[in-house]
Design a protein around this ligand. Sequence first.
Ligand code: NDP
Length: 328
Amino acid sequence: MSTFKAIRIDKAEKGTTAAYADFSDADLMDGDVTVRVTHSTVNYKDGLAITGRSPVVRRFPMIPGIDFAGVVETSGHVGFKPGDAVVLTGWGVGETHLGGFAQRARVKGDWLVPLPVGLTAAQAMAVGTAGFTAGLAVMALERHGMKPTDGPVIVTGAAGGVGSVAVALLAQAGWRVIASTGRPEEADYLKGLGAAEIVPRKELSDPGRPLGKERWAAGVDSVGSHTLANVLAQSKYHAAIAACGLAQGMDLPASVAPFILRGVALLGIDSVMCPMPRRLEAWAKIARDLDKAKLAAMTTTISFDRVIDAATDILDGKIRGRVVVEIE
Ligand code: NDP
């Protein structure tokens, strides 16, 4: 029986602990495909899991890591054979099922997608759950009929993972992108990704009025709370806003005014249980439309032994764009 290295989260008297540990194949949970993990990433939810700041882990011990890319070692699933390059995001991996901060993972084949054509494993993880979610958000806006000629699009938490990929995808599609950030020093970075205008985070993060001056026709929000409420309140007639995240908070202190007086639509984005056809569509879109030079510009690569530190950094808002973890 072979052993492998992983991050292990245990329940402690107060909260949880996270440390590197050895696991054996017998520790892996049920699944019909075993994957040699080559790359993972650090997402906001991984930060919550590793630090224990929010109860996202619901099984102990847990291996965190909500996404990974790797190569199939063994498979009892008709869709995959040894040697296939695969990607996983979501499905409770890293929360209820042992996750991607490990040299090996065993999962249901139904959860895997083939490595998208045009992306390497490292690039797929540079996209990762955050970028995949940004892709779903852009698709949701398009499905709602939104187009660049409707007016500008606001992206909140713009220098973060979801935000950076959303800025790049929307700019590439021809939108005038307004990027909201709490890090004015990242203005050049965001303009490099395609942002036309930078809005200070503070303009949107305090309690605001139920309706304000019309500013944008669409939005991708990874922040929630007062920020999302203000984004809705300052939306143009018949705007659509895709809600992805809760970096400011899970609350939504808003009124119905934008919905009933301006016909604004709030589109919910969930990447975890996203059905397979939509997953494949989002990955194909990202592989096709996301500029690889911009993807490289938003990506930092770290070694496996840096993940626990990076988990704290992402919650403290210190990480720009995306972080790829080299597991091998
Ligand atoms: P990041 O930490 O990379 O990005 C979040 C960004 O939000 C930060 O970079 C910062 O941007 C901004 N921010 C942080 N704290 C605050 C605050 N207190 N008030 C206002 N803005 C803040 O995380 P991700 O991009 O990985 O994830 C973003 C959010 O999306 C998270 O809440 C995450 O849980 C959620 N998410 C949801 C998914 C889904 O399926 N719906 C999937 C993936 C992520 P800046 O410095 O530019 O201001």
